[in-house]
Design a protein around this ligand. Sequence first.
Ligand code: GH3
Ligand code: MG
Ligand code: MG
Ligand code: MG
Length: 315
Amino acid sequence: AKESMESFEHVTSLVRRLHHNPEVNILVAHKRQLLRQRVRGLLERQNYQVLEACDQNQVFQQLQEHDNIRLLLLDATLEHDATTRMLNKIRQVHSQEELAVMVFAGPEDGHNVARLIKFGAGGSISQEFTPEELYSRVSLNLDMLETLGRLRDMAIRDELTRAYNRRHLLQRAEEEFERANRHSTDLSVIMIDADHFKNVNDTYGHDVGDEVLRQLTRTAEKQLRRSDLLARFGGEEFVVLAPETDLDGAVDLAERIRRSIDALRIPVDEGELRFTVSLGVAQATASDQSVESTLKKADQALYQAKEQGRNRVFT
Ligand code: GH3
Ligand code: MG
Ligand code: MG
Ligand code: MG
């Protein structure tokens, strides 16, 4: 008993070190109240926030109400297809990087579990779990979630500025272009290019140049709506993708970005650094072959903005 107590302490201290994050919510979905309470008690001892659901409706309700649920512990012993259908529905909204799912299964549920894993569950846990099993499986699944999230982030974001990268922009832009065509909605793009950026590097050094690019990103992002997306397109060139936005709306947005960057003061050894950006705006139209055509129009407008003296918005 002493030995198992020690290994228990070992596992719990390990778990505590890894996940004492109160931001992590775990949803326990099971029709048996006793099981839910046992799981809750054990997990709360590890400082996890625990939510409960006793049926499908409650699961969806909880997932909708709490956007920080990271792990769902789900009863796999429901009627034949019910759990699979439910998981399928959940996965349409919550990807594997956002939400880990583990299923409670009895010895008879092997077949069920295999199917659930195909539909996006990360594994199973026996109904007669020991605390060690619960803790190590929970911690493994949360670790995997974190790793997947980090990898996904690395794949779609630019390392220097944390804005989205060019590849992700082009992928999302194509999706939005098709959506706009299908539903006849507006879609606009804004090309942003830092003015005389070579001078910034030459005068203050590359590190300050890097910091300027970070501040440019943060400042522009503050002007965006949730549905807008900012990407670093190249060296000192950025693109805003603005769905549901017509040309006038995009020009307004571009102008707000221009002004907020114009108002920035970046402290440097020599005092304060100011810089400006030029912006080209274009709306996707029926005559655009693809989103590349729209981006090209924005790029031409940007060229005009540079020609006309920089620190301005052109269409
Ligand atoms: P313009 O107003 O015509 O856009 O002039 P510009 O100097 O901004 O344009 P140019 O294309 O001549 O120079 C862009 C500069 O941006 C050159 C390049 O070294 C710098 N740059 C590109 N990527 C980075 C980066 O990641 N960090 C820093 N510090 N500088 C970068
Ligand atoms: Mg250039
Ligand atoms: Mg430039
Ligand atoms: Mg440039």
